[in-house]
Design a protein around this ligand. Structure first.
Ligand code: FDM
Ligand code: MG
Length: 221
């Protein structure tokens, strides 16, 4: 049987260089004649994505559970096309996925509190269970100082230092859980130079992109 494409997710905090690195990996694959494409979540182009976009720009307010479920629905609407692409032999590089969904929602705290969770971690995890699972997740770990040196955070919701710190803590927990479940989660030091990070990512991905024999796993199965 021919091999399927690899599903590679790039996760990380804002200013970690995720999108730059995802684009660089795509170019490298194309140069190596590997059939590959880049996708990104949230996908702001779909009707659900437009609601998410308005929320992130603070043009609308939504209940925290409602927005969490919309982010998940935005992945589910692409799930069958992700599977079809992988089966066709094409590799997917995915800029953010369900781990961002879990990290950003589960890190929310109750008003007036610095640490009391607003939403339960397992409640946040459940809507994404059963999505196509990545073969490899690269977590681009950037320090607050390096993020600041890169021009600081932008204008969107969540682009604040206190939020990013809490999100990072949840990402660490998620990484442990992915690994405990047999998944591959690689922490990449994103304070390093763009070129250095590129090489680390290539090292982690280069065998996978030759194609995968194993079936597509389901997330949190
Ligand atoms: N985000 C992203 C979530 O809160 N949940 C999700 O499921 C996803 C995929 O949306 F702050 C957050 C993370 C980030 C924001 O992401 C938009 P980009 O990568 O900056 O567009
Ligand atoms: Mg952003």
């Amino acid at each position: 049987m021919p091999k399927r494409g690899a599903f590679i997710v790039i996760e990380g905090l804002d200013r970690s260089g995720k999108s730059t690195q995802a684009a660089a990996l795509l170019r490298r694959l194309q140069d190596a004649q590997v059939s590959a494409k880049l996708i990104k979540f949230p996908d702001r182009t779909t009707p659900i994505g437009k609601m998410i976009d308005a929320y992130l720009r603070s043009e609308s307010e939504l209940d925290d559970r409602a927005i969490h479920l919309l982010f998940s629905a935005n992945r589910w609407e692409l799930a069958s096309s992700i599977e079809a692409t992988l089966r066709s032999g094409e590799t997917i590089i995915c800029d953010r996925y369900a781990f961002s969904g879990l990290a950003f929602s589960a890190s929310k705290v109750r008003p007036g509190s610095q640490s009391y969770p607003l939403l339960d971690y397992d409640w946040c995890r459940t809507p994404d269970a059963g999505l196509p699972a990545p073969d490899l997740t690269l977590f681009l770990d950037v320090s607050t100082d390096a993020a600041k040196a890169r021009g600081g955070y932008g204008e969107e919701r969540y682009e604040r230092e206190d939020v990013q710190r809490r999100v990072r803590d949840v990402f660490v927990r998620i990484g442990d859980q992915v690994e405990a479940g047999g998944g591959r989660w690689e922490v990449v030091d994103a304070d390093e130079s763009e070129e250095a990070v590129r090489d680390v990512i290539w090292d982690a991905a280069k065998d996978l992109v030759k194609g995968v024999d194993a079936p597509i796993e389901k997330l949190w199965d």
